[in-house]
Design a protein around this ligand. Structure first.
Ligand code: TRP
Length: 356
């Protein structure tokens, strides 16, 4: 599919173009934003190693696609991305992300009050951990974007993650949030704060989101995490895990991740819970991953044909060759709605990932 001078920008543009077609949305904003967020990585030939070992994807590709489908049928296309400057490094990457926020804020009239209230916590001079700020662009049926920013709780060192997150919640008027998360999802030594995320818009649905990686967790541990949200059926979380990873009692590979969303009006208790399952670690290859995801979609009365369209938009490789294309699957549970998101890799560098 690629020649020697194909760049990361060429490949991902083609993939995103195809995805917009299968999801049925206008591609003007998606393609433009893709080019911008790739930054200095965009014009780099794929024959050269990745510019930076981004943790967005296993092979260091700095973007990941996802398709979100509500049980009601509504669809969104999303891109998760790390923007990279020409001379990347922890501090330079953070500055590149800050510049991109400023540029996007002007063009899209973003609401930055919440970001401004907490950004210093997540912007030390010498950032630590796997990243500082990531972006997600969430496109609606018309291809219009909404923006989300992910901060790294470990950016001041893993020992400070708890304080940083507590302070961020407090500054946003969510004093009760941190104790709830501690009670329900940070009960074990192996439960780790992973992302603190903000929607950059002013709507009442605008979310403050916290993600916890639950290493080595059992289904009971994530059901317990889900029970923080009033009015949802925690056992759906177990059904989800058993459909995607049948026979797995404990998840010793990449961790299950629990997330909570707090919206306007939420105090101690969040109003939705999501579970993310890193499917690629619990299948022999993507042909098996595909069958499992189809089963999950059918149970949720979502047409499984869309999965093959998404796969076909990204690659024509033999699915049985390896795992990794279907990276994660998540379900989002709120009292009035359930939705599924499928995270798919670009695999731009698959097979050439640097050792790190
Ligand atoms: N690649 C990282 C991981 O797997 C970060 C990441 C990308 C992630 N997409 C995700 C984490 C979706 C959870 C869910 O941990």
């Amino acid at each position: 599919m690629s020649t020697a001078d194909t760049t990361l920008g060429d490949l991902t543009r083609r993939q995103l173009h195809n995805l917009c077609r299968v999801v049925g949305m206008d591609r003007t904003d998606p393609l433009r934003l893709l080019g911008e967020v790739l930054g200095a990585a965009r014009d780099r030939p794929l024959s050269r190693p990745p510019l930076w070992p981004s943790d967005i994807a296993d092979d260091a590709t700095p973007i990941e696609y996802s398709v979100q489908v509500d049980d009601g049928g509504g669809r969104h296309l999303r891109i998760l991305a790390e923007t990279l400057p020409a001379a990347p490094g922890p501090a330079a990457n953070l500055r590149a992300a800050q510049h991109l926020v400023t540029a996007l804020a002007e063009r899209y009239d973003l609401a930055l009050d919440q970001l401004r209230a907490v950004e210093d916590l997540f912007s030390p001079e010498e950032p630590q951990g796997r990243f500082s700020w990531w972006f997600s662009f969430i496109f609606d049926a018309d291809g219009r974007p909404r923006f989300k920013i992910y901060f790294n709780p470990d950016v001041r060192g893993a020992d400070h993650a708890g304080e940083v997150v507590r302070e961020a919640f407090n500054r946003l008027g969510l004093d009760g949030a941190h104790p709830t998360v501690v009670d329900y999802a940070l009960r074990r030594e192996a439960d780790r704060l992973t992302f603190f995320a903000l929607d950059l818009d002013n709507s009442p649905q605008s979310r403050v989101k916290l993600y916890v990686s639950q290493h080595d967790a059992c289904v009971d541990d994530v059901e317990r995490a889900a029970s923080a949200v009033p009015g949802i059926d925690r056992y759906q979380v177990g059904d989800f895990c058993r459909t995607l990873a049948p026979g797995v009692e404990r998840f010793p590979g990449r961790p299950l991740v629990s997330s909570y969303s707090f919206v306007e009006g939420d105090r101690e208790k969040p109003s939705n819970y999501s579970i993310y399952l890193p499917l690629r670690d619990y299948v022999p290859d993507d042909s098996v991953a595909r069958v499992r995801v189809r089963q999950h979609l059918r149970r949720h009365r979502i047409d499984p044909a869309m999965l093959d369209e998404v796969i076909g938009a990204l690659t024509d490789r033999d699915l049985a060759a390896r795992a990794g294309l279907l990276a994660h699957v998540s379900v989002r549970l709120s009292p009035d709605q359930t939705g599924t998101t499928i995270y798919a890799s670009s695999e731009a560098y698959a097979g050439t990932a640097p050792e790190n």
